[in-house]
Design a protein around this ligand. Structure first.
Ligand SMILES: Cc1ncc(COP(=O)(O)O)c(C=O)c1O
Length: 419
């Protein structure tokens, strides 16, 4: 056996280091469907029922919607469970094409290509479209999948400061002479809840003849007047060249993702994008569920409107209580705690009060910026939010952080992520 004591030590030392830095992530088991309240089993085996879930990506409450379940079940009966193939061999059903057309219509793009996940979509897009004579301008806070996707591509990578249009312009000016230039940004920055200046990015893209790609995984279905996403919010529908997004959040929360964009670009992706060519087709069950969600959100903005109202209530409640929030513009409402251990302790104590909210710390967020990232859903009723708010205030008081500045909190809880 090659896995000898020395090799084992190589990994156990790293695990020990992670634990020592208070950075070890433990998973709790949900014993019910994903919803506003859930049944949970803690790693120590203790089970609790009716815990308010305030940290899922179930923005529109579709993950457990009865109509979505029925639609998925119907497709299971008529189209089966799995495809056992990639798309171009024998993995394309009529419903896969129907979903691509529906997403294109909703986002206002020419065409759409499905992937097993948005992570895969972002892994597969850059390498297929750009070579060593091209350049990618990428926001410093872009999602890990964009970072990894750009690493797989030979184009020059140029990072600009988060949402800093002066820095982007400076870099576009310095790096004018590439064959194809592509600016890529998250639409909503998932750890901060802030919105990218997609309108300004499109202006700069015109000036410097660059393509624009937006990852709207935390926006599709609920940002903008009719939920199309950040391009709708910023009045630049038709100007963004590529949108990547997920079906794993607002659009039913199962799995799957896509890239929507200019016809020629999508055509090239179908020929060259490796996660599309070499990975299985999305299950018909998931396609059926997402088709239903798309139909529902295209006919009514009721859920998006409820989400907006819930978010406003939650944000103002936390602010009035004296928590430090990021300058969020979305249903992602991060409560800043700075210290990784505090974020874990805070999360555990919230759980004891019947509220499920996970602490985020390095490497998911930068060192010294640990937080509890709360996320609001249309599935929340007022009583869920009131209960969660009450728990936050009680726990905030316990740790003595209400009304305190960042410096005061760090004084009490010095930054502990040491890795
Ligand atoms: C901005 C962003 N892009 C992509 C992804 C990946 O989505 P998926 O779960 O479909 O792989 C996520 C998920 O965390 C995300 O937040």
């Amino acid at each position: 056996m090659a896995f000898d004591r020395e090799m084992k030590k190589f990994y156990t030392d790293q695990l020990e280091q992670i634990r020592e830095g208070s950075l070890y992530k433990q998973e709790r088991k949900i014993m019910s469907p994903q919803y506003a309240d859930i049944d949970v089993e803690y790693p120590n085996g203790v089970r609790s029922e009716g815990i308010v879930n305030i940290c899922s990506n179930n923005y529109l409450g579709m993950s457990n919607h009865p109509d979505v379940i029925t639609a998925a079940r119907d497709i299971l009966t008529t189209r089966g469970y799995g495809m056992s193939s990639v798309r171009f061999i024998c993995g394309t059903q009529d419903i896969h094409v129907e979903l691509e057309n529906k997403v294109s219509l909703f986002l206002g793009m020419d065409d759409t290509i499905l992937y097993s996940s948005a992570f895969d979509a972002n892994l597969g897009v850059f390498e297929a479209l750009l070579d060593e004579d091209c350049a990618i301008f990428t926001d410093a806070l872009n999602h890990a999948s964009i970072i990894d996707g750009t690493r797989l591509c030979k184009a020059k990578k140029i990072r600009y400061a988060n949402n800093d249009m002066d820095d982007l312009q400076l870099k576009l000016e310095e790096e004018r002479d590439y064959k194809v230039k592509l600016i890529v940004t998250d639409g909503v920055f998932s750890m901060d809840g802030t919105v990218a200046k997609v309108d300004k990015i499109c202006e700069l893209a015109k000036m410097y003849k660059a393509l624009v790609m937006v990852d709207d995984s935390h926006a599709t279905g609920f940002m903008g007047k009719t939920g199309r996403g950040t391009h709708e919010l910023m009045n630049v529908m038709g100007e963004v060249d590529l949108i990547s997004t997920t079906f794993g959040k607002a659009l039913g929360g199962a799995s799957g993702g896509c890239i929507s964009g200019r016809q020629e670009i999508i055509d090239i992706l179908r020929q060259r994008s490796r996660p599309y060519l070499f990975s299985n087709s999305i299950s018909p069950v998931v396609v059926g569920g997402v088709l239903k969600v798309m139909e529902m959100i295209m006919h009514s903005s009721e859920r998006k409107d409820k989400l907006d109202k819930n978010t406003e209530f939650w944000k103002s409640g936390l602010q009035e209580a004296g928590f430090i929030l990021t300058p969020t513009q979305s249903p992602i409402v991060p409560v800043m705690l700075f210290n990784a251990k505090l974020s874990q302790d805070f999360s555990r104590t919230l759980y004891e009060e019947g509220v499920y909210a996970t602490g985020f710390f390095y490497p998911v967020v930068p060192k010294g910026k640990a937080r509890i990232r709360t996320q609001i859903s249309a599935a929340h009723e007022k009583h869920h939010l009131e209960k969660a708010l009450e728990a936050f205030v009680k726990v905030g008081k316990k740790y003595g952080i209400l009304g305190k500045s960042r410096e005061e909190i760090i004084d009490m809880y010095p930054i502990s992520d040491k890795l």
